[in-house]
Design a protein around this ligand. Sequence first.
Ligand code: ATP
Ligand code: MG
Length: 302
Amino acid sequence: MICAIGNPVFDDIRTPWVHTDGRVLSGCSTNAALAYAKLGGQTAMVGNVGDNERPGLERHLRRCGIDYHLGRSPESGGFKLDYDDRGNRELTVLGIAEPIAEIPPRYFDCDALLFGPILQETTAGLIREVRAKYDGLMFLDPQGLLRRHVNGSIEHFCPKGIEDIVGLFDYVKPNELETEVLTGIDPRKDVRAAAKKIKSWGPKVVIVTLAELGSVIYDGEEFIDIPPYAVHAADPTGAGDTYAGGFLFAHLGGADLEAAGRFASCTSSIMIEQTGPDFTLERAEVLRRAATLPVPAPAIPQ
Ligand SMILES: Nc1ncnc2c1ncn2[C@@H]1O[C@H](COP(=O)(O)OP(=O)(O)OP(=O)(O)O)[C@@H](O)[C@H]1O
Ligand SMILES: [Mg+2]
């Protein structure tokens, strides 16, 4: 079982191709948990939600067979996401949920804990406390650690001491913006230098995702280029989150880094063809896509 930690959000998403009909369930931990569960893995989720959204969320998670611990919050998290035609997004805050106070002890038996905060709800204190008690695989999607709320909008920043926090994790998966915020290096210009810098802070494996260019996995010895599975990205929201779900599903099931990365790439390709959480994600289709991926060509020629 994995446990995904981070608040769910209810987002209003506009891309050049689709616009959600009202606010839809999303969020880094949520999308990863949904993907992992749809693939057939045992999944739990920890996060805070407002009373209005709680019944619907609980129904959704139960329908997907996801175990959960949902804390109370005066309101639920949410963003309005506006994408430009190059896939860049601007976030406006619709609601903010409370920080997560604790992880129930029963989840310390999980095979992996996936931290996927959306906006500072997994504090450095919580992460340190969990690391002190848990010696299994800790996976970080750092997006919510690098965001702050300023006058209704979200801006990115590099928190003081982030190197130490990143170093508490076994696997760390920033996207290209997060990689640049963390390292000061544009990964489209030098993905290897950026991955090396993050690796030097202590994680065993660094995964830099590069949207339509695929991803690069670095374990300190090898750089593994993972090709994208080419699709029309109607709504790229959750690409990185479902990548994490797919990666952990394959890797915990025994796949090596390269095979897990290819499986993850194809998992995310299915999500971005549609919008919202209600899409079919079948392991057989992920495997079918993965079998057609080209032999790795460098995501970015070095
Ligand atoms: N346009 C695309 N075409 C094919 N694959 C894509 C595309 N966009 C993303 N992907 C796949 O999804 C992975 C993660 O994408 P990306 O780097 O955009 O994540 P992200 O920005 O963290 O997304 P989010 O935070 O919304 O979950 C990529 O490495 C790639 O495998
Ligand atoms: Mg992301």
